[in-house]
Write a protein of this length. Sequence first.
Length: 114
Amino acid sequence: MSNIPNTFTIRQNLLEQRTILLKRLESKENLDRSNHLLNPDQADRALISRDNDRAKRLINHDQQQLDAIEQALVRLDAGTYGICTTCGQSIQPARLEIMPTAAHCIDCQRLQDL
């Protein structure tokens, strides 16, 4: 394992974030199911379409965050949390403090973002 302090706290924070995201995703799915008008006119359909597009983007974002949390938990279990999945070098603790789901060191992340 890398030089990451207090993996228990990191795990607890990731699990809390996961719970929040799961609840938020469930509430968005329930809201989407209840957002149906019986006879929408053209303006209503446009608003519904816009709202549905926005909701899909938010759900997608939350799902990506949830996936990143799950992957970080797997790395914690495997003892590889804090190790860049690309180059194998340690991820700076300050980076992990800001972004606990980080799977890449800052150099490898910059290369991926190009």
